[in-house]
Design a protein around this ligand. Sequence first.
Ligand SMILES: [Zn+2]
Length: 144
Amino acid sequence: MVDRFKDPGMHLYDFADHYLVECPDCNRCATITTNKEETFNLFKKKTFLCRYCGKFEENAGNHDLWLSGTCNGNTLWAYNLEHLEFIEKYVKAKLRESNKDDERGYYNQGLFSRLPKWIKDKSNREDILKTIKKLRNTVKSGSV
Ligand SMILES: [Zn+2]
């Protein structure tokens, strides 16, 4: 049976309710959580919490995303581990069917169509998976 990864109909908003950022105080991995009820409010309240140094901001400012790395000259980024896993599943599914038509109709739907072109590029897939693995490990250790 072919295990194809289908677009679950998710949107970036589904991932962006919490995201991993770099703590400006200790440079380790911290979390920003947004208020779900206010998802469509651009000025929604964001709470910053660093579990390493305890830094807390009730109205978090802008912070650099933690899950960000360079891959073949492109920047691979994700809001959080779920988002990273989503990209990984997509790339793995595409690897499995690499002999088939690249731009199958259903891959162009929903969130998939928003993935940057280089992520869909066959020649980048192995490197993307390596970068994803590396990024995931930095979350476990809490530092780059
Ligand atoms: Zn910190």
